[in-house]
Design a protein. Sequence first.
Lengths: 293, 413
Amino acid sequence: MFSFELLLDAVVIGVLLGCFYAAVSLGLSISFGLLDVPHVAHPAFLVLASYAVYFLNEHYGVDPLLAGLLITPLFFLFGLVAYRLYYETFEKRGSDAGVRGIAFFFGIAFIIEVLIILLFGVDQRSVTADYVGKAWRLGDMRIPFRLVVAFVVAAALTILLTLYLSRTFMGRAIRAVAQDQEALRLMGANPIRIKQWAFGIATAVLGIAGALLIIVAPVEPTLDRTYIGRTFCVVVMAGLGSMSGTLVAAIILGVAEAIVLTLFGASWAPAISFAMLLGVLAVRPQGLFGRRS
Amino acid sequence: MKRRTLLGGTIAAAVFGLTSAAIAQQPIKIGMSMAQTGGLAGGGKASLLGIEVWRDDVNARGGLLGRKVELVVYDDKSSASETPAIYSKLLDVDKVDILFAPYATVPPAPLMPLVKQRGMLLIGNFSFQVNSKVGHDMWFNNAPWGPADSWASSFLDLGQKAGGKTIALLAADQEFAQNLAKTAREVATKLGMQVVFDQAYPPSTVEFSGILRALKAAKPDIVYVASYPPDSAGILRAVNEIGIGDNVKLFGGGMVGLQFGAVMENLGSLLNGVVNYNTWLPEEKMYNEGTKAFFETYTKRAVEAKVDPLGYYLAPYGYASGQMIEQAIKAVGSLDQKALAKYLRENTHKTIVGPITFAADGEWKESGVVQAQFRGIKDKNIEQFRSSGKQVILFPAKLKSGDLITPFEAARK
């Protein structure tokens, strides 16, 4: 059945859900979008961050968002190590192309899954906070606080990353390495160190994104599989490497999913992301906000 | 007697004696796959622990046919694509004597033709209607589902008695949940109820607010939900945040996950008012001979194994699977599959979950599923679920421990 109230509800929830999708995709936008690393373990890193947040919340009563911030430096270091390992074993030997690079990250994802199972068991985990489980009343509409939190954090992350990549020396260097690695090398800079730094940033962002993941819904060790399709879809649809594009593409995806879920039947929802991706790639192969190469 | 014959006889006797002694020392192997990773692992691990407790008990009693019992278990990663290869290996390489099915409905589904073709007995483990089309006459399900429509009947009957005339169906797009939804549609038609909302949602759904808004707009009296653990938590959270409407008299029915300790602890007070199916609850009438002792052992071992600390839903039924096969082997005196199946089909089996009698399709003759309402649940306290009165049994009448509180919004307070 159709009603304007339901449509309005769907749009509002869709925007909020889209912001959440953006927050979990921003790291991938750097690692895959800018650095060209086939980082299929991105959602597994995300779930690992959620479990770290769960641990701090459950055992020390730390607020989930604060816990997300606390683990950010650790995830930065984790990113540095992960990229160095990938570089030494694959990229340096020129064997990163095609399936082999993907296989490396799939392997990492499985190791993380098993590690989480060994440490935390297979049960679902969630966090407690004042903003989990409550809603904001706006006329007849009720908006879950947890989605509002996702909205605010995603917006803040997008602005920070956009500023970082455009205003700081290191940020500009990251964009330069994305455009032409060889040119950077000729200018005497070490592109590998810059890529390593960028991968560290991409992984650090996951600390906060992991906090949002467990705030929005409970997590379980194999949840990463649900997010592989969605995050890659958002990043490719946005145009590889565009932060603001990632936010807009994620919002478009969130709104489309919410409208279909509410008004046309939930069974169609998973098809939406890929149908939109195919549509965008057919019309604009460089993505919505990508530059024509 | 010639010397050579005597010598031959002696050697033969010695060899025969040795062989039979060797056989006597070989354990009876029970093979199965079990979800130890993946989405079904929470249930799979608890179920396996229940079976392991039985194995240790039966071995402490001297084993079966003078032989120890050994379990050969592989992880099927909750995936139906893994199970056919695992069961082929169990039969051809491990050469197991008895087969137990993997936990849940989807993983055992592709096994059924293989097991039927090999003429093997299969003890089912909480599958719902997987044998209905295959018709394997040596299938015996340990789950108390009973006749296919009894599950939906018990819930909708409660709803109708509470004055419900319209129903909303919300089911995961998965074999098990869709089977439940199908029977609910049929029962609703039989009871003269109008289905005002009927949706299947994909298992990857992250946010349920939108679906619940649409459901609320349909203004149903009864909401029947058939969901899997991650979705059950998402749905209840969304219900708490956006509400479900004052006219809803009964909410729940087929939500998987609300039986698992960790999920119940996480959801806490959000569970209040929900009427959901269950298989075992710590209410007085549900204790049988051996139940208390089983849970004492299980509770101790669950902590070490990082498995559901309550284990009400699956673990006692895992133990009961073992008890049934134990009784059958003892009565038949061999591992002959046909004879064991005949025994299981024709007798009533005494177990810690009560007496079990099978119908022709290998399901329980009479349903043992209970519908219970969550009451007075507090946040973050798993121990509260060990006491009676937290999940009041409304159905069946013989196990009833209280009356339904309705409407749903009132019961949530």
